[in-house]
Write a protein that binds this ligand. Structure first.
Ligand SMILES: Nc1ncnc2c1ncn2[C@@H]1O[C@H](COP(=O)(O)OP(=O)(O)OP(=O)(O)O)[C@@H](O)[C@H]1O
Ligand SMILES: [Mg+2]
Length: 312
């Protein structure tokens, strides 16, 4: 891939706070126009990595390029071309939504006519236009969060960093924000780098995810790849007619490490790589109606948990 197609590239990046290695030698690439999810437990080093990428913190060693700019020497260029939502929304509670955005538009030196157009189109897109004149201190958390995302987009950045953008949002607000983010990437080619603790969310919208723990990258790939990589020893059978007798018989079989039943999904964990033939034959013999058999973990969340456990 040429550099223009890569929005972020890190090379053995380290950030130490005294003896603590908050970021401990990470290397990855984020292709332009994709949604990249940065996943990891509390204290894993996610926010620190974003701060390094924005040039807000200096790396202890290693290097990183964002939109082709070096984080050490060209941080101003990076901040001009990127939007970022970190822990604080950066909004002024005593200003209206419109005035908040106007203020940020001025900071970014966006000419007045363009500023107005941009405010209108972004607020309309997020469903906030009707309420633009209200002071935001009366707004709900979800509305403020959406406005905070709009703020990061005012100067039409090519790349946005969003640190837990949907934290604290209700499922409807979170889903609608996710749609907006997907739209940004798919329709407008914006690269979205986000952190989230919601694995279902990452699975839904991320083209690629990276799992980080204790400053180290454990895995990078599409959510499907991660599921399969972690779950090569599990078979998932979707069907009807499972019962306790079948579950017990499966548990007693050689090489079976565990059996779980979730709604119509039977997950059989094996101690080694296994093909599905024997299992399918056994289940069919017991009268189970099989709709689908697949390899892997049922969800990214399970893969994520297994990955963390394995590396403990
Ligand atoms: N300025 C700092 N000084 C000292 N230690 C810090 C500093 N910033 C972060 N750390 C430490 O670095 C580690 C990684 O923190 P970071 O905020 O990057 O985690 P995170 O993955 O974003 O976690 P969370 O999911 O809780 O937001 C933590 O142990 C944290 O205490
Ligand atoms: Mg964080």
């Amino acid at each position: 891939m040429t550099l223009q197609n890569i929005s972020i590239k890190t090379n053995d990046l380290h950030c130490h706070f005294g003896a603590l290695h908050a970021v401990d030698g990470i290397s990855f690439e984020v292709p332009a126009g994709t949604i990249f999810g940065f996943l990891g437990p509390n204290g894993a080093g996610k926010t620190t990595t974003i701060r390094l990428l924005l040039g807000l913190l200096e790396a202890s060693s290693g290097s990183a390029e964002v939109l082709g700019f070096d984080t050490r020497t060209q941080a101003d260029q990076i901040r001009l071309n990127c939007g970022a939502l970190l822990e604080h929304t950066g909004l002024y509670e005593r200003l209206s939504a419109e005035d908040n955005l106007d203020l940020f538009g001025r900071i970014w030196h966006i000419p007045p006519v363009e500023r107005q157009q941009r405010i209108q189109s972004l607020l309309e897109k997020m469903g906030l236009y009707e309420r633009r004149k209200e002071l935001i201190n009366g707004w709900s958390r979800g509305m403020k969060q959406k406005l905070a995302v709009v703020r990061t987009l005012m100067h039409d950045p090519k790349l946005v960093f969003l640190d837990e953008p949907t934290a604290g949002l209700d499922p409807v607000a979170a889903a609608s924000l996710r749609d907006d983010l997907a739209d940004l990437a798919r329709q407008h080619g914006v690269t979205v780098f986000l952190t989230t603790h919601n694995m279902a969310e990452a699975e839904k919208i991320c083209d690629q995810v990276a799992v980080i723990s204790k400053g180290k990258l454990l895995s990078v790939g599409s959510p499907d790849e991660l599921r399969l990589r972690q779950g090569t020893h599990a078979l998932i059978v979707v069907g009807r007619g499972f019962n306790e007798e079948i579950m017990q018989a499966l548990r007693a079989m050689p090489d079976v490490a565990g059996v779980e039943l979730q709604d119509h999904h039977l997950v059989v964990h094996f101690t080694r790589e296994t093909d599905s033939g024997t299992l399918v034959q056994f289940l069919a013999g017991k009268g189970v109606m099989i709709d689908e058999v697949r390899k892997g973990k049922a969800s990214l969340e399970e893969a994520f948990l297994a990955l963390l456990e394995e590396k403990e």
